[in-house]
Design a protein. Structure first.
Length: 272
């Protein structure tokens, strides 16, 4: 049971882009074939109703002349079960977003937030549920004729190392890094027991060279896990785990000279 809870914590933190950023991700090679935009190679649009994709000062420009939102999409190859990190920047007088799906302009894998008009940089992570081609689509959400939006930068890479470990950090690991452990188990519950629920404490410790980095790690951990609940099955029995943030403390280790923040969550596990 507790190995499954640990894996759910690991998966949840890895799916949070702010945490992946703060915890010092290791990334693989670039998956987008053209993100410098000397031309539009690799980027397409839907031409019914009329839309266009062009280049303006090495930015991707998506435009509409038909009163419907404009878009541009490109293909990326992913592998089932692997985690990917996307970061992009935009410039538009209208709301924009980036979606990912299994066909152009779809959002079944990731439905992006609608960014406010102006400029900005957004990051998110997603896990591939199959080995196939996904489509990344940049939208400019405007129905104004001849309106356009600019995608000024974008990158998609596999997360090859997220540095989240059970209990201890392996020797030789670079910082920042994070550990998790299960503690204070009450009313141990198994498939055949008569107990319907049990409580456990989850301790998550964020380590880094700088105090500010541990703050960003801890903030992202709370964002990811507080009030999070997940249903899973083990040995044919269904359970629901509910997480709730309890407290935080921080300290400085003289050896190996690292700051850390320790967060405690309550996890209520209910037999369904």
């Amino acid at each position: 049971m507790f190995a499954v809870i640990g894996q759910k914590i690991n998966d949840r933190l890895k799916s949070n882009a702010n945490f992946v950023n703060a915890n010092g991700k290791t990334l693989g090679s670039e998956l987008i074939s053209n993100n410098t935009w000397n031309d539009t190679t690799g980027w397409l649009t839907q031409t019914t109703p009329p839309r266009s994709v062009s280049v303006e000062n090495n930015n991707l420009k998506v435009s509409t002349i038909a009163g419907l939102e404009s878009l541009g999409y490109t293909a990326i190859s992913v592998e089932e079960g692997k985690l990917y990190f996307c970061e992009y920047s935009y410039n538009s007088s209208y709301a924009t977003s980036v979606d990912i799906g299994t066909f152009p302009s779809s959002s079944g894998v990731h439905s992006g937030i609608h960014n406010s008009a102006g400029t900005g940089t957004i990051s998110f992570s997603f896990t591939a549920t199959s080995t196939e081609t996904y489509y990344l689509t940049f939208f400019n959400h405007s129905t104004v004729n001849n309106s356009f939006g600019l995608l000024t930068a974008i990158s998609v890479k596999e997360v090859t190392g997220a540095k989240i470990f059970p209990v201890i950090i392996p020797q030789g690991t670079g910082y920042p890094a994070t550990t998790y452990e299960i503690a204070n188990v009450s009313n141990f519950m198994s498939k055949g027991s008569s107990l319907e629920s049990c409580d456990v404490s989850v301790n998550i410790s964020c380590f880094a060279d700088g105090y500010g980095t541990t703050y960003n790690q801890a903030k992202a951990v709370v964002e990811a896990l507080d009030l999070y609940q997940v249903t899973y099955s083990e040995d044919g029995q269904s359970y629901t785990a509910k997480f709730r943030f309890m407290n935080l403390d921080d300290e400085y280790y003289k050896q190996p000279e690292k700051f850390y923040k320790n967060l405690t969550f309550n996890c209520l596990i209910i037999k369904n």
